[in-house]
Design a protein around this ligand. Sequence first.
Ligand code: PMP
Length: 433
Amino acid sequence: AHEGILRRQALRESAARTYARSLPIVPVRARGLTIEGADGRRYLDCLSGAGTLALGHNHPVVLEAVRKVLDSGAPLHVLDLATPVKDAFTTELFATLPPALAADARIQFCGPAGTDAVEAALKLVRTATGRTGMLAFTGAYHGMTAGALDVSGGATDTRVTRLPFPSDYRCPFGVGGDRGAELAARWTESLLDDPKSGTPSPAGMILEPVQGEGGVVPAPDAWLRRMRALTEARSIPLIADEVQTGVGRTGAFWAVGHSGVVPDVMVMSKAIGGSLPLAVVVYRSALDAWPPGAHAGTFRGNQLAMAAGAATLAFVRENRLAERASALGARMLARLQGLAASHPCVGDARGRGLMIGVELVDPDTPSAGSSAPAPAPGLAAAVRDACLRRGLIVELGGRQSAVVRLLPPLTLTDEQAEAVLDRFADALAAAER
Ligand code: PMP
């Protein structure tokens, strides 16, 4: 079955699909960290649906919540009518928000993908402010629909002003750091205050507290606070895209919690649906100036996803999994940074909580315009493939795909974390040869 399925899908599926090309696996069963393929092989899944599976695969509380809805006779699809399931989900979600936002929050069900919630956020702030410009950052990833693409790194929409992320200021000792953050913040300030800069009057600023697809680049807390202060001073709504960083992954329930920054708008998807598709935008009620139907769509607020999501949010909160992610992530990162000491090809090991990236470099080649070593995408791909041969699923990210990303479920045990790192270290040594 394994070979046949792989062969047929290779012929039938579009050239645009992603992970399937590099991961020749046909998953048939999964539980927690483990995926079993049609060929009987087992893998430790540290991709977790790009950070979707906060509780791993098929967690009992998620299955139970979904079964309960299925067995209750409740309608599975009612557009965006209010239901007991939606009520429970919203209550649970609001309990996780920064208190200053929770006290005065509105929610719009989008969906069901993260990119649609980004569209909603952009539309919302443009409607509320009557302005069209947008401030976005290099290296950002916000999705694949037109508006979200425009604010992602590398896009060229003329309404979008591209600002430097702290990591743009590279140094030989990793990305950015405090000095990078300072330079990036000053650049942004001077641009906004310069009438000749050509920056269209901004309706909002959108950022990821930790850039995920951009290569697992945490934004320094002090920089985030600067961005909050300068947007607030200029009445520019701040949009935090927490699609990947949310639900405990970085060690705080929402990653903005590390800095204490309270955004005006939060974009959420992935883990909030407990492995089923769900996306929402949550924002200060003062921005709620868009008319009914301004962000319609048939599949908003899927009942099963809201049930799975509510169970996930409650489990993460009750079991303090954010704290767990913080402690375990720090230990994993320390071991990965140890690998950097003995492997010159590990240019940087960084992350926050259980959102970890290992950047591979060519130590003998400086990158363009910098004394930092050049990224090594070929080696990164070799490490990923060597991981897969050792039964470990990881993926690549970063502007040049030279960053190996680890996004294990927050339920990862200490023993599993050791097994993951053993396999990773072994794969690194093999790929390096
Ligand atoms: N924003 C961020 C920060 C993301 O990481 C992603 C997906 N990787 C998206 C938005 C888009 O979400 P989706 O793929 O569900 O459209």
